[in-house]
Design a binder for this molecule. Structure first.
Ligand SMILES: Cc1cc2nc3c(=O)[nH]c(=O)nc-3n(C[C@H](O)[C@H](O)[C@H](O)COP(=O)(O)OP(=O)(O)OC[C@H]3O[C@@H](n4cnc5c(N)ncnc54)[C@H](O)[C@@H]3O)c2cc1C
Ligand code: FES
Length: 265
């Protein structure tokens, strides 16, 4: 883990409240794994006071100044608003890489990815991190849900990798009008996967956990709790254990990626 100052390479709006920011930071994140995150602060500024957690969305493996990471953000408050206004050449401060990563065990042939909204961020890093031969041998599908069409991000990026995308929206503006867990559960019933990887809002992940437990499917979830420090110091990210509800885990240190049987949501 390092604390580094990163320079903004580009900051591209996606839909009205989303964007992608490329950050030049040399080799500081060259060994970052999909699922890990950074705590981002604004260099030379204490406003907002606390760093904010963001999943690593991509590793930028270019030369020299083009090496670094990309983040995908949704504008929800002061930090993400400020992030959205950063111009090329400006700086941010990054602490990381932090936390646990998704793990693809040997023998997985059918893999389902399930994402809600900006929860797609670490899953694209995961998919792009697989080598081409590994991808060709996998039956990999993405189940992507959002409130509306504009909340369905990165569809072309997954399709370019040969991953089939099943989209759903709450308002029916794209794909079926239902929760993303509806087609996910149907697919788990009809063509059981060896592994499900999921990231999204808490309610979605709670539903995913219910489904995989019912079907006995291996699953890892990445949870987005509130985090003040990202380093195990503030206890702000506590998550209940699954079997023993008196046992608490730290999302920042023990997670954010957990096996389905580790946590209760
Ligand atoms: C491990 C991890 C990875 C994350 N990855 C991403 C990512 O890739 N892209 C992205 O856009 N966001 C991600 N988040 C969420 C992101 O950290 C928050 O959206 C951000 O901190 C909001 O800061 P803000 O100052 O803009 O808004 P705030 O004023 O801090 O929050 C605005 C509103 O969002 C709610 N909120 C804030 N943080 C969270 C959270 N973690 N979960 C649920 N609700 C929250 C607050 O309750 C408030 O209602 C991640 C969170 C975690 C823990
Ligand atoms: S965010 Fe402070 S302990 Fe996890």
């Amino acid at each position: 883990m390092t604390l580094t100052v990163a320079r903004v390479l580009y900051n591209t709006p996606l839909a009205s409240s989303y964007g992608r920011v490329g950050l030049s930071c040399g080799d500081a994140f060259a060994h970052a794994k999909p699922g890990q995150f950074v705590m981002l602060g604004f260099a030379e500024s204490i406003d907002p006071l606390l760093r904010r957690p963001f999943s690593i969305h991509r590793r930028l493996d270019g030369d020299g100044a083009l090496r670094g990471i990309e983040l995908l953000y949704k504008i929800v408050g002061p930090a993400t608003r400020r992030l959205s206004r950063l111009a090329a050449g400006e700086s941010v401060s990054l602490l990381g890489p932090l936390g646990s990563a998704f793990v693809l065990r040997a023998g997985v042939r059918r893999l389902y990815l399930a994402a809600g909204g900006v929860g797609v961020a670490p899953l694209l890093f995961f998919a792009e991190h697989l080598d081409r031969r590994q991808l060709q041998m996998l039956d990999c599908r993405l189940f992507l849900g959002g409130r509306s069409r504009e909340d369905l991000l990165c569809v072309e990026d997954f399709e370019r990798l040969g991953i089939a995308v099943v989209s759903t929206t709450d308002d029916g503006s794209c794909g079926d009008q239902c929760r993303v867990t509806t087609p996910l559960e149907e697919a788990i019933r009809l063509a059981p996967p060896d592994l499900v990887l999921a990231c999204g809002p808490r309610e979605m992940l709670a539903c995913v956990l219910g489904i995989v437990r019912q079907h006995g499917t291996a699953c890892q979830v990445s949870i987005e709790t509130m985090m003040a420090c990202g380093m195990g110091a503030c206890l702000g990210c506590a998550v209940k254990g699954h079997q023993d509800e008196t046992r608490f885990l730290h999302a920042c240190m023990d997670g954010p990626v957990f096996d389905a049987d580790e946590i209760g949501l």
